[in-house]
Write a protein that binds this ligand. Structure first.
Ligand code: PHB
Length: 391
């Protein structure tokens, strides 16, 4: 009897070993990338754009890098910071994700920072744009943009083009305050004057009273920033107030004339000047191929800047894994990401090795109608712009 039960346990141990062998090898061969995105709620378009672009990158480049299989896990944080943090913890602890990414709004990225730091897991910021986020964790790296980076060029353009007095109107949270400040600093250094700095709430904003106040101040121009997803409702109210008819130019960052929503803004936005790092209309072979492939994969969704941020975020992850030869140690991966440089659909980009933030061209663009559709048509380029506020 004893002999029988002994051989049975040896047998089951052997079975367990033969099963565990390939399973363990499989687990080691896969690299889990956890994307935390708002797939529902006010910023759902950001989640939809980034997820589609990340999947497109994997489809185009294959799911194998340096002998590892990339496994994408997408989680919906519904645009709430508590959920972003909880999902980050679950992805790291339960799913053993080697890399995190996404983060549709500044507060959502900030909530993930402590988790990335503690777990030593790289967190690739593919949407949020407040300058100081990357300083909150040595494991943050950014493929999106910063508001000071994208705002400073339009402040400079405005002064050079005869605009002397401006009112700013921004969403009242991190990126809006960054845009407000960056605009004022550059505009006033060049001799312009900011008459007033208006701030609208981020959630369910009603811009009417702010726009009336701006109109009453009779500036040469009104500078606008709202995050991706809010541009259409803002521009509808701008048009209803008749600011342009009152002789007030309307300028802003490209978040306002978001390619995702631009066609729904109507012909009133034709002529609006903005500065930004990406336009669907960007004239390069890389972008033409990207736009065509993205639209094919998404039943004709137009890719906006969030899509390109997500596509480049995946590119950075692939490049880092190639450099570490598939080693998923978080510290080695973040080191590998520093200084990476390549040509994105938006133009040449790189990761500043000191700040882990993106360096990229910023373009001055004008809304024009081409073949019955509205586009942000680039007409000037400021090359290799770093965030001007990082130390
Ligand atoms: C942000 O919350 O940092 C953010 C989101 C969307 C944008 C810009 C900034 O278009």
């Amino acid at each position: 009897m004893a002999h029988k039960s002994f051989s049975k346990s040896v047998l089951s141990a052997a079975v367990a070993l033969t099963l565990a062998g390939p399973l363990a090898a499989m687990a080691e061969d896969s690299v889990k990338v956890g994307l935390i995105l708002p797939m529902t709620g006010a910023s759902a378009s950001t989640g939809r754009q980034i997820e589609a672009a990340a999947r497109l990158y994997i489809a185009e480049h294959g799911n194998k890098v340096a002998g590892k299989t990339i496994e994408l896990i997408v989680k919906d944080d519904q645009g709430t910071a508590d959920m972003s943090k909880r999902l980050a913890q679950e992805l790291v602890v339960n799913d053993k994700a080697a890399i995190l990414g996404g983060f549709g709004l500044t507060p959502l990225a900030l909530a993930v920072g402590p988790v990335a730091t503690q777990a030593k897991v790289p967190a690739v910021i593919m949407a949020a744009g407040t300058s100081m986020i990357v300083e909150q964790s040595p494991y943050f790296v950014r493929t999106s943009f910063t508001l000071p980076q994208n705002t400073t060029p339009i402040a400079e353009w405005s002064v050079k083009n005869g605009i002397k007095k401006v009112v700013t109107l921004v969403s009242d949270y991190g990126p809006g305050l960054d845009a407000e400040k960056a605009f004022k600093v550059k505009f006033e250094a060049e001799g312009g004057q900011v008459l007033d700095q208006l701030r609208a709430p981020l959630a369910n904003p009603d811009f009417a009273a702010f726009l009336q106040k701006a109109k009453d101040l009779k500036p040469d121009a009104l500078f606008l920033f709202v995050p991706s997803g809010q541009g259409a409702s803002l521009m509808k109210q701008v048009n209803e107030r008749g600011l342009t008819q009152a002789g007030i130019k309307v300028i802003g960052t490209g978040d306002v004339t978001d390619d995702d929503l631009l066609n729904s803004m109507g012909d009133d936005v034709i002529g609006m000047i903005t500065s930004h790092d990406y336009s669907t209309d960007h004239n390069s072979p890389e972008n033409k191929a990207f736009v065509a492939a993205f639209m094919k994969a998404t039943n004709n969704l137009r890719p906006n800047f969030m899509a390109v941020n997500g596509y480049d975020g995946m590119a950075l992850i692939y490049k880092a894994l190639e450099k570490t030869k598939g080693d998923t140690d978080g510290t080695k991966l973040i080191e590998a990401m520093k200084g990476e440089a390549w040509v994105s659909p938006r133009g040449p980009i790189s990761i500043d090795p000191q700040t882990r933030d993106i360096v990229q061209n910023v373009y001055i663009r004008k809304v024009e109608k081409k073949n019955g559709q509205l586009y942000n048509v680039e007409f000037d380029t400021i090359a290799n712009v770093k965030d001007p506020t990082h130390k």
